[in-house]
Design a protein around this ligand. Structure first.
Ligand code: OAD
Length: 252
């Protein structure tokens, strides 16, 4: 199948669906200049050992180092803009809604670029770089000013604050998990975009969707561990392919 055939096939599936779930990973933000986790050379984890930075143990041992690293990622995200892939998804969500249909976004990304592109009701499975929580009193706030004046940032109660992201060895936010698993049970189309599908339990959502009878599509420049089981694979960057799907839908 040529890439044009795949784009048309994807547009047909979208046109026929009533409830679409879109699961995104770091690849959807790559064209905004945010490095992915696992891509050789450019991935964040190629430069840092995640065991040293993205764990509760690392934070307890070096709270200043860990919070500074996250604050630098937060500052870098503040200078990035949503790309045409993010914008195509929020436009599709808007169009489906006005048509009495639904597009539910679930993301593993912590950058909030879907929301900045206008998407609503995004389920954040791995938390967000923009929310920070006190490790003493538990109070959590959105923090849009960058950078923090000190590391670790302090709560008014005197406690240290940490990013409300999911670290290795931690559970996903319960409400996000409940919402994600519930919506997948009733979807008829599941799109997996820009994720290597290597991190559980997020990766199992595609299997849940298949089990519930949904068609499945992958958009990724490279094959992943999930490529063998999807109904349709589009090989290429989401910032190019999603606008093309939208264009085909628009022309009818
Ligand atoms: P990965 O870095 O594992 O995978 C990124 C995927 O995006 C790869 O399959 C790339 O081929 C693909 N990709 C690269 N450029 C792309 C583009 N322009 N368009 C579409 N796809 C592109 O990132 P995730 O799968 O998101 O968790 O990683 C999952 C989780 O692992 C992250 O949320 C993070 C990490 O540990 C936590 O921090 C809890």
């Amino acid at each position: 199948m040529t890439i044009d055939d795949a784009v048309y096939a994807c547009a047909r599936l979208v046109a026929d669906a009533r409830h679409i779930v879109v699961m995104t990973g770091a690849g959807v933000s790559a064209e905004s200049g945010i490095p992915t986790f696992r891509d050789a050379l450019t991935g964040l984890w190629a430069h840092y050992d995640p065991e040293q930075l993205a764990t509760p143990e690392a934070f307890n041992a070096s709270p200043a180092l860990v919070t500074r690293w996250y604050d630098e990622r937060r500052a870098a995200c503040a200078h990035c803009e949503p790309n045409p892939g993010h914008r195509a998804l929020s436009e599709l969500q808007r169009r489906l809604r006005s048509d009495g249909r639904k597009l539910q976004l679930i993301t593993q990304n912590v950058d909030r670029l879907h929301q900045r592109a206008g998407a609503s009701d995004v389920i954040e499975l791995h938390g967000s770089l923009w929310d920070w929580r006190c490790t003493r009193c538990g109070e959590q706030h959105e923090e849009n000013e960058v950078p923090f004046p000190e590391y670790p940032p302090r709560c008014h109660c005197g406690g240290s604050r940490r990013p409300a992201v999911v670290w290795f060895g931690e559970s996903l936010p319960a409400a996000a998990v409940r919402a994600a698993w519930a919506t997948v049970q009733s979807c008829d189309l599941f799109l997996s975009i820009g994720t290597s599908g290597q991190v559980q339990p997020a990766a199992s959502l595609l299997h849940e969707a298949r089990g519930a009878g949904a068609k499945t599509v992958e958009i990724n420049p490279r094959p992943t561990s999930q490529s063998g089981i999807v109904d349709l694979a589009l090989r290429g960057p989401s910032g190019v392919l999603l606008p093309r799907v939208l264009e085909v839908l628009g022309s009818g």
